[in-house]
Design a protein around this ligand. Sequence first.
Ligand code: SAM
Length: 481
Amino acid sequence: MEKIIEEKKQGTTIKPIQKSGNTRKLYIESYGCQMNFSDSEIVASILSKEGFNTTSSLEDADLVLVNTCSIREKAELTVRKRLEKFNAVKKTRPHMKVGVLGCMAERLKSQLLEEEKIVDMVVGPDAYKDLPNLVKEVDDGRNAVNVILSKEETYGDIAPVRLNSNGVTAFVSITRGCDNMCTFCVVPFTRGRERSRDPQSIVEEVNDLWNRGFKEITLLGQNVDSYLWYGGGLKKDFKDSTEIQKATAVNFSQLLAMVAEAQPKLRIRFSTSNPQDMTMDVIETMAHYNNICNYIHLPVQSGSDRILKAMNRLHTRDEYFKLIDNIRKIIPDCAISQDIITGFPTETEQDHQDTLSLMDYVKYDFGFMFAYSERPGTMAARKFEDDIPHEIKKRRLSEIIEKQLAHSLYRTQLHIGKIEEVLIEGVSKKSDTQWRGRNSQNTVVVFPKENYKVGDFVMVQIDSCTSATLIGTALDYSENN
Ligand code: SAM
């Protein structure tokens, strides 16, 4: 259950994209959150103009890039193992260059170059437009580094090369960085302060995706509810903006409405929501537009008020319950998923029980659950000892996962007997005679193919389920088709 979908994607490389005239080969591997996978599409776009086609074969590559994650220690260890492998390949391909992108690049800065000497290039998440210069540097035999974080950069002007695309669903980045300063989290240090992308460029990208046949987009940010466009600049500087900037600013619910109206047949999702920033107008906008899916990823991290405070999550357990009640009142069939961290410093058995009882109240549809991993430089690492023994973290995590599995089964069973609209994304992983798609609530649905095709919206009668998958029979095309 733990990050089922995301775990499978870790380290995936990309389908080869060929542009005629390009002669060099780029191999790029991505780890971590969806934002990194989206960033790799920006990087491929920038380097395609510099003569690089992508390859899925490491042994053919002239340039190897690894887009890294620092969120937990395990993520960094995985990347280090891959760097060892890249260095082994380099021995047989001495001209091959290796670069580290993303959060590890930002966190470790030049350490990987100067002390460990295991890479040629280090590029932080806000420096990808500098890649053409950095590649020239390494071509000339020098190491290259740019880890400058930006106040403005959103890559709104770069058309991403859709890499592992199914041609049906795509991610559209709307904010970068994060201002929340959750004490456990490395993101504000590796991705910088929060800034939003121009809504016009977002709508243009969405229109372009629709025109190219895409049927669903997910608006992406560390904290989408905090989206605020007032002409550019950091969210924290909004208070100093002019009266006219304040009057014409666009917030997240307005952006959602703009996108929903721009393409009324396109399905819209968003991730991630933060309880402290999610407002009623977002929930009302979701209810108002049929094409905004009934699904909210709403990480809670802990069910204990004391731990929430220590994590600097700016809401209480009761406030979270009120938000859940409001969502259920306004959108009764809305699916809700969680992120939970177990074993945060000082967590007692009672705090753990509070998390379990919070889960019983919400009965989440899905969940992504993690044992606390101390990250150097974060407030939690500075303030608290990582004092929960590994065995206890592991036991609490398995209790949480077990509960989530029971709740997922309960929620999934509620769909049986209903007729639901499903967008077909591809062939079922278990049977090539079945299609695989998702309903509005983001649950996977499989059903016999008949004459339908990828990208069709189909009404499916739900007949049975497992804890994570609905099994059904197609009845007809939906009105949206
Ligand atoms: N911005 C979102 C939020 O704060 O709600 C998600 C950010 S993070 C990329 C995804 C998840 O990783 C978090 O929600 C949290 O559950 C988990 N995470 C972050 N830092 C962690 C840490 N130090 N140890 C364990 N899990 C962590």
